[in-house]
Design a protein around this ligand. Structure first.
Ligand code: GLN
Length: 298
């Protein structure tokens, strides 16, 4: 064990106390630029000890033994290299569900819950809705909608088969396997003429290529570019989705697209030019930024 944490005051021959280890870890994570060092230190220690954070809080004098310390250190090293906590833990909470995530998929973000919220509000009274999650990644959006609508059928499409593997495991773990279809597809490419959905939701890649390297290291160095890079102005996929979606919308069906607030005006103009939508609405995320464009088909 060459990389144990620097000696903490209460370290003994047999181990280190939880409280001393946590304060030392928190400082090292903060020095590495991690923005939630206290929380992340506790998450790492809790997962290694197989307990929850409340237990750590209640037992600050508990000893952490050398094998556990080694495991803590290896996870802490990954976090100090700015690997996202979600990849280190292998899961992320979204819409109060625990989703598996791995480096092949975008980590679901809180603002994306707005897509789910709108989908549920729009479909609420319909029983057997057909839902399409385009650029599904981990399946977060489609599976969260499925969790709210027990009779809905969900189709998850993604260009990346590795991502769909994660989505499939999530669908099975959540118990939605029998009403979830998963297909590798370049946007709508794999669908047949006549396939129709009551609602299409998408969180496509929408970051402008030139802005990727300026994102936090957690994003720019670890998350899949294919899930983020939306081309020169970030709108390559958004354009195609607005153009192609009407062919797959049931009568009066809805299209929900997450985007950067700076893309909203152009996206709405494109939807008007497209000519097949009867209405457009913008929705704000919790930070008050326009994040989801809602289009209703004819
Ligand atoms: N909101 C994400 C970010 O800025 C981008 C997600 C996406 O491109 N779909 O990290």
């Amino acid at each position: 064990m060459t990389t144990s944490p620097p000696a903490a005051r209460s370290e003994t021959k047999t181990g280190t106390r939880v409280c001393a280890l946590l304060s030392c870890l928190e400082k090292r994570l903060a020095d590495a630029g991690v923005d939630s060092p206290g929380l992340d230190a506790r998450l790492i220690l809790a997962v290694v000890l197989g307990c929850d954070r409340a237990h750590l809080h209640a037992h600050p004098e508990k000893m952490v033994f050398p094998e556990e310390l080694a495991r803590v250190e290896s996870l802490a090293q990954r976090r100090m290299a700015r690997e996202p906590m979600a990849y280190i833990m292998g899961e992320r909470e979204f819409w109060s569900m625990s989703l598996l995530v791995s480096p092949g998929v975008l980590i679901p973000r809180p603002e994306t819950e707005l897509l789910v919220e709108r989908a549920v509000a729009l479909l609420g009274k319909k029983g057997q809705s057909r839902i399409l999650d385009l650029c599904a990644g981990s399946g977060a959006v489609g599976l969260a909608v499925a969790s709210e609508l027990p009779k809905a059928r969900v189709t998850l499409l993604d260009l990346c088969s590795k991502a769909l593997g994660v989505a499939r495991r999530n669908a099975e773990r959540l118990g939605f396997g029998s009403r979830t279809g998963l297909l590798v597809s370049d946007l709508f490419g794999v669908l047949a003429k006549g396939d129709e959905f009551d609602l299409i939701a998408s969180n496509p890649p929408y970051v402008a290529t030139g802005e990727l390297d300026g994102l936090m290291p957690e994003v720019s160095s670890f998350e899949p570019r294919i899930a983020l890079d939306g081309g020169a102005d970030g709108m390559d996929l958004i354009r195609r989705i607005i153009e192609e979606a009407p062919a797959y919308l049931a009568r009066g069906g809805f299209l929900l697209i997450e985007m950067d607030p700076r893309q909203m005006t152009e996206a709405e103009a494109l939807s008007e030019e497209q000519g097949s939508y009867r209405s457009a609405r913008r929705h704000n995320d919790l930070a008050g930024r326009e994040r989801v464009l809602e289009l209703q088909g004819a």
